[in-house]
Design a protein around this ligand. Structure first.
Ligand SMILES: *Cc1c(COP(=O)(O)O)cnc(C)c1O
Length: 514
């Protein structure tokens, strides 16, 4: 086996370890001389002349361009084949714990594709009234869902939301003349929490978990003090465990003058049933791509709106959107300079700069069409639908855990669980699951479980697909190290060098020539 990216699995080799039963899905492989799907430019390359009647300056234009001269069917087949060499939530179950790879319903795509959905953000507020109204309504929906008082839509991902939220907490303390240098984070937290605190200039205080996998209250009391700016908490935590002592935890932090930050990645477990604001959280982010079924960024566009309680609202990023009729002239904030002309009745929406804003954290209003999809999803499901989604997410996780042979050391859990691969290497077990045609769970994290398989089926799976998933887990659990180490055998690309792929990505087809 080699680490060459894109190397194609050899079918004969695979025979030794071929999974026998229950394989759901095989990725497509390009079999023509054992190579790869040719690039468009390799299939056809045509020199296209460009006329010299361009209005652009001469140094910005060229005379000709190499373009593939393919017909539409060839193009459609090329991209369809490439998509079949991949695996996504549209191919089958995708139980990647913590990431919540929820199925993205297609109606949200239709809404985002409506002609009026994408407008140029530099248009005047007057001509953007519908867009601003949708922003204001989404801010309100999210505030209501989280039990927060105000929400910004600007941050482009959960991690970016964390950063904005902790910047807001820092600005709040600073405005109070309160010098606080530490952020407290449990050892089960996502790596972005630690990165956020450090990048915001805080010292990180890591909190050990207790034997149940939850916050150790005594350790918390010892860790929190005059230097504590905030405690960052995920609830339920990354083991899927609800922090039963959350009110006590909130008191400990608030009594010391600190703020409580809610990492919203696991909101899918509580949606429509419990609210971070009611638990005592002061600031939170929402991962709309995890909770509200917008597509995951994969480094591309996502969204991580941030909610805050009233006391923190003056620090929100600018511009913020509000309903104009509610503006009070004494609130100290400045309305939009070239603001919208008032409707005859004085109503409408406007952008404004919050009084003590931390500034901008993204261009304009964030990744707008991702937010349109979140709005469509929330509006379609309504209160009852959102509560139903969290119920099914929890039921599905518990059902799947009851069907698998791997041990699940911590519980009772909510929407996700962390199994242990035991004597097996969790990463090898995950690669082997690919051979059974399912996406594996998150592996080797959180570190408090040995060889962790962090599993979150989401509410979108049927009992049948949960049974298929369980069959794949159990087939892999019964296999020996040789089978696991040789995996994956049946995928379009065999085991890749993950470190080089991340650190020295070859992003251009030119790299194939080198
Ligand atoms: C996904 C995740 C984050 C980061 O969110 P992104 O939207 O991926 O930037 C933070 N915390 C937890 C627990 C997560 O699962």
């Amino acid at each position: 086996m080699s680490d060459e990216p894109g190397e194609i699995g050899d079918v004969d080799d695979a025979a030794d370890h071929a999974p026998e039963a229950g394989t759901l899905y095989d990725q497509a492989r390009w079999t023509d001389d054992g190579e790869y799907e040719p690039l468009l430019a390799e299939k056809d390359s045509t020199e296209v002349e460009i006329g010299d009647d361009s209005p652009l300056p001469e140094d910005l234009t060229r005379d000709s361009l190499e373009l593939p001269g393919l017909a539409e069917p060839e193009l459609a087949r090329h991209y369809t084949r490439l998509s079949q060499m991949n695996y996504g939530v549209d191919s089958g179950p995708f139980p990647l714990g913590s990431c919540t790879m929820k199925y993205n319903p297609k109606f949200t795509e239709r809404v985002a594709a409506l002609p009026g959905a994408a407008v140029h953000p530099d248009r005047s507020g007057e001509s953007l009234q519908g867009t601003l109204e949708l922003q204001a309504k989404l801010q309100d929906y999210l505030a209501r869902i989280g039990g927060m008082d105000a929400v910004t839509l600007q941050p482009p991902a959960g991690a970016a939301g964390e950063f904005a939220g902790i910047r807001i907490a820092a600005a709040y303390h600073e405005a109070n003349g309160d010098d606080r240098s530490e952020v407290v984070i449990p050892d089960s937290a996502h790596g972005t929490n630690f990165a956020t605190a450090a990048m915001s200039g805080f010292d990180v205080v890591e909190l050990p978990s207790d034997d149940d996998g939850r916050v150790d209250i005594e350790a918390l009391e010892a860790a929190v003090g005059d230097d504590t700016a905030a405690l960052m908490l995920t609830n339920p935590n990354t083991l899927g465990l609800f922090e039963r002592d959350i009110e006590r935890i909130a008191d400990v932090v608030h009594d010391a003058g600190g703020l409580l930050y809610y990492d919203g990645a696991n909101l899918n477990a509580l949606l429509g049933r419990a609210r971070p604001g009611d638990m005592g959280f002061d600031v939170m982010h929402y991962n709309v791509h995890k909770t509200f079924a917008t597509p995951h960024g994969g480094g591309g566009p996502g969204a991580g709106p941030v909610g805050v309680v009233d006391e923190l609202a003056p620090f929100l990023p600018t511009p913020h959107v509000r309903e104009r009729a509610e503006r009070s002239s004494a609130d100290g904030s400045s309305g939009e300079q070239s603001g919208p002309r008032e409707q005859p009745d004085g109503s409408g929406y406007e952008r404004y700069e919050p009084e003590q804003t931390i500034g901008k954290v993204h261009g304009f209003s964030g990744n707008w069409l991702v937010l349109v999809r979140a709005y469509a999803y929330i509006a379609r499901l309504g209160d009852a639908g959102l509560a139903d989604a969290s119920a099914k997410a929890v039921l599905n996780a518990n059902y799947l855990a009851s069907q698998i042979d791997y041990e699940v050391p911590y519980g009772p859990f909510h929407h996700e669980f962390v199994a242990s691969a035991g004597e097996q290497d969790a990463a090898d077990a995950a690669k082997r699951m690919l051979d059974y045609g399912v996406h594996p769970p998150t592996t080797k994290w959180p570190e408090i479980v040995d060889e962790a398989l962090m599993t979150e089926p989401t509410e979108a799976e049927t009992r049948g697909s949960l049974d298929d998933l369980a069959a794949a887990f159990n087939a892999v659990a019964a296999e020996d190290d040789a089978a696991l180490e040789a995996a994956p055998e049946r995928t379009a690309a065999r085991r890749i060098d993950q470190v080089s792929a991340a650190r020295e990505p070859r992003l251009s087809w030119h790299a194939l020539d080198e």
